[in-house]
Ligand binder design. Structure first.
Ligand code: F6P
Length: 354
């Protein structure tokens, strides 16, 4: 049996832990030959496939390494045209792949489903620091990103305190506020602004003014997809309108510009950016990624294809890829962390709740 494995989309701490577990599990349990496809789906799309063998030695020592030893690509999409899909399938056939494990986000899962429908047996493994893949309550990489952002907020706390400033820190997360919410709470932010709850700029300013009087400084943690009631901030709009919509980032600067004239203290913005995707996975993510990789190998051995590994109610399982390809799993408005935040006096930027 010959099994391929690739990592697609943006990288994320824990990818190597998944690769390692898939390889070890398949080698040990069925003696399969495993090959790594390089640079995501890009490795199946050129004139010739780009691959490397994966054996015990090649996955030794990679558990704690960030990034992906296979490389990845955000843009390679064999479903762009039927000709490109046919070429990717022909490469997979020529390589003698009986199955392919795709570790990726929603975009990669959509491609995996499309290729599965065209006859390539695929098992998906959800990957994102954003924690927003439908059907999966916890994705590896999220815990590491939260730890990184929490540390950054802690550092901003001391400099904000010294200068009596308003510090705005922007997190990744796209249209979901999981990173901002958990890291905001863990880092003791005073205001947490999420894409799920449009914020009232006057309410945010009122919190900062109140704190100017009492504590002198304020920490605002904002998810990159957050926006004010009734639209976007000027800089944010310019970014959203740009022809290359790769980054939602910039909302922190837009918010700083909007807040500054309303406040006596100085406002500063920090955009954490890709530092949130880098570095070694936390122990939690190493363990979760190992479980996901092993589960993917079990699905391959059982012949359960066109499916993605999931974690639901704390249990590993799988769901049809068709169920995953649309939408993002956002923070529900009745989530207990939102209630806890409000109850301890963290502002979510809502009008009338200052
Ligand atoms: O989906 C993961 C993520 O890190 C988002 O949080 C972020 O908006 C996006 O990827 C950034 O992607 P890129 O690698 O294209 O800058």
């Amino acid at each position: 049996m010959r099994i391929g494995i690739l990592t697609g989309g943006g990288d994320c701490p824990g990818l190597n832990a998944v690769i390692r577990a898939v390889v070890k599990s398949l080698l040990r349990q069925c003696g399969a030959e495993v090959i790594g496809i390089q640079d995501g789906f890009g490795g199946l799309m050129g004139e010739a496939p780009r691959v490397r063998p994966l054996d015990w030695a090649s996955v030794s020592g990679i558990l704690m390494q960030g990034g992906t030893i296979l490389g990845t690509s955000n843009r390679a999409n064999p479903l762009r045209s039927e000709a490109e899909a046919a070429r990717a399938l022909a490469h997979a056939r020529a390589l003698g792949l009986q199955a392919l494990v795709v570790i990726g986000g929603d975009g990669s899962m959509a491609i995996a489903h499309g290729l599965s429908q065209r006859g390539l047996p695929i098992v998906g493994v959800p990957k994102t620091i954003d924690n927003d893949i439908p059907g999966c309550e916890r994705s590896f990489g999220f815990d590491t990103a939260v730890a990184t952002v929490t540390e950054a907020i802690e550092r901003l706390q001391t400099t904000a305190q010294s200068h009596g400033r308003v510090m705005i820190v922007e997190t990744m997360g796209r249209y979901a506020g999981w990173i901002a919410l958990e890291a905001g709470l863990a880092g003791a932010a005073d205001v947490i602004l999420l894409p799920e709850i449009d914020f009232d700029i006057e309410a945010v300013a009122a919190v900062c003014r109140e704190r100017e009087r009492r504590q002198r400084y304020t920490i605002v943690c904002i998810g990159e997809g957050a926006k004010p009631i009734g639209g976007t901030l000027t800089v944010q709009q310019r970014i959203a309108d740009s022809p290359d919509p790769i980054r939602l980032g910039g909302v922190a600067h837009a918010l700083a510009a909007a807040l500054q004239p309303r406040l006596a203290s100085e406002v500063r913005a920090t955009v954490l950016g890709h530092v949130q995707r880098g570095g070694s996975p936390t122990p939690f993510d190493r363990v979760l990624a190992t479980q996901f990789g092993n589960e993917a190998a079990q699905l391959v051995m059982r012949g359960a294809f066109d499916r993605m590994v999931t974690l639901q109610d704390g249990r590993l399982g799988s769901i049809a890829l068709a169920e995953v390809v649309h939408g993002s799993r956002r923070v529900p408005l009745d989530h207990p962390l939102l209630r806890a935040a409000r109850q301890i006096g963290v502002s979510l930027g809502e009008a009338g709740r200052v």
